[in-house]
Design a protein around this ligand. Structure first.
Ligand code: DX5
Ligand code: ZN
Length: 234
């Protein structure tokens, strides 16, 4: 089936996740993928409670803010997200994504992210159904569909998340919204096509980009594959 007119103009963007970078030279790694053509930088914040892993917090993000002019795409995998929005905005976040499962009042978190001056996004874990985010689609800039269990890089893409991506894209289309749909986990030049076909337009890639010998070539390959496939399965 042809891509639908209403989503024809969606911008495809690649967001490399620093989780797969060399943390001993994090600033240089951020600069390297920016120079390689990535417009966004994905920053995974984990608290060891919402997910079974701890990564880094606002001071680390502030330390590398001057190394890249990419859009800092902060992915909260933390409980009580509303409490930390101000700290991460000050550290340089342009966009903050929180998990719908972690928020008592998701609408309040979205409002607080916007009040802080960031783009707001809501995410769902693999076990959470698409309709958990339907009440918030009018208010967010982006929905992040996890395509692995959050917590670790280098996992295998879960193809059974594809219908969920499509369900959210179709609901956005029904509402006349051009909301970004981001996917995160196991994205590489092959899986990116499937995710794009089902309606994702923003792609987190950790291992695929940072572990590549040719980051620019990999980013371009991801971009081209996503552009070619976008909307084909809608
Ligand atoms: C996982 C993180 C991802 C991770 C993706 O919880 O949210 O952003 O870095 O890593 P890859 O692309 O290696 O699957
Ligand atoms: Zn992430």
């Amino acid at each position: 089936m042809r891509r639908k007119d209403s989503v024809n103009t969606m911008q495809i963007q690649i967001s490399p996740s620093v989780l797969a970078s060399d943390f001993s030279v994090l600033g240089q790694e951020a600069a390297r993928v920016r120079a390689a053509g990535a417009p966004m930088l994905h920053l995974d914040v984990m608290d060891g409670v919402f997910v079974p892993n701890i990564s880094f917090g606002a001071p680390v993000i502030a330390a590398i803010r001057g190394c890249s002019d990419a859009q800092f795409d902060v992915h909260f995998m933390i409980t009580d997200p509303i409490r930390y929005i101000g700290d991460f905005r000050k550290a340089g976040a342009d966009s903050i994504t929180f998990h719908v499962e972690a928020a008592q009042d998701p609408a309040a978190v979205i409002a607080a992210i916007r009040d802080a001056g960031c783009r707001a996004a809501v995410s769902l874990k693999p076990g959470t159904p698409a309709d958990a985010v339907f009440p918030y689609l009018q208010d967010v800039d982006m929905v992040l569909v996890m395509t692995v269990e959050p917590g670790f890089g280098g996992q295998k893409f879960m193809p059974d998340m594809l219908p969920k991506i499509r369900a959210i894209r179709r609901e956005c289309m029904r509402l006349g919204l051009q909301t970004d749909i981001q996917v995160d986990g196991g994205i590489d030049p092959r899986t990116v096509s499937d995710a794009a076909a089902y309606g994702a337009n923003v792609f987190v890639a950790g291992s695929a980009v940072f572990r590549s010998d040719d980051a620019a070539g990999t980013i371009a390959a991801l971009q081209e594959a996503a552009e070619a496939a976008f909307g084909a399965a809608l």
